[in-house]
Write a protein that binds this ligand. Sequence first.
Ligand code: ADP
Ligand code: TYD
Length: 220
Amino acid sequence: MAQPGRRDLNRRGLFVTFEGIDGSGKSTQARRLAADLRDQGREVVLTREPGGSPGAEEIRSLVLEGDPDRWSAETEILLFTAARRDHMERTIWPALRAGKVVICDRFADSTRMYQGLSRGQLRPVVDDLHKLMIADEPDLTLLIDMDPTTGLARAKGRQGHEERFEDFGLDLQARMREGFLDLAAEFPARFRVIDGNRAEDEVAADIRHLIAPELASDLT
Ligand code: ADP
Ligand code: TYD
């Protein structure tokens, strides 16, 4: 299957991802942005990773439920990448070809962080597999930066059984926060860093402001 890239003439939509530590407000802001853009009359696909297609949602339960030591870091890289490939084929690439705005709650930057950094230096493996199987990047990545203690408290406040990574605690959250800020410096063209330690409305206003020029230039 052809893999569209940013210069692919068939790709007319806009691909936006949200990244940040657990509890930083990604899901909340992704939902709000999708609602705002739909109110403006745009076609929006709101999706998430791991998941976003029936097959990838099945892989999601495999990776997020059960014993935290269930998989090695290498196996996790394969599982997250397999889920992502299915998500691209079934959900993201068709939507982008159709000119829609795709808003995705977490994407490959999360694999670069959680599998690439948390249990050893596996970033080169993540990057190699990404190049081989995904070979695509978002047009815009909104990093919601957040104090790890607040983020963890917010994440713990939610009910649920998908606790694998939250269970690793404050130390991991702090390292992930730093890692995400480093990624933003590594890919300055597509990253925007947003201060998440503020009221929901203020964060949403910032995001509306940041995305406006991208919509003006990328969509006809
Ligand atoms: P993430 O998807 O990054 O894990 P969520 O959007 O699920 O984060 O938010 C985690 C929790 O924090 C939710 O209960 C949500 O209602 C709450 N929350 C989100 N944004 C804010 C904010 N700006 N201020 C206070 N609480 C927030
Ligand atoms: P998510 O549901 O976005 O959690 P949260 O709302 O708490 O941020 O993601 C679930 C977990 O999956 C999260 O702890 C990060 C982890 N994850 C990875 O480890 N690698 C990945 O590639 C992705 C997409 C997520």
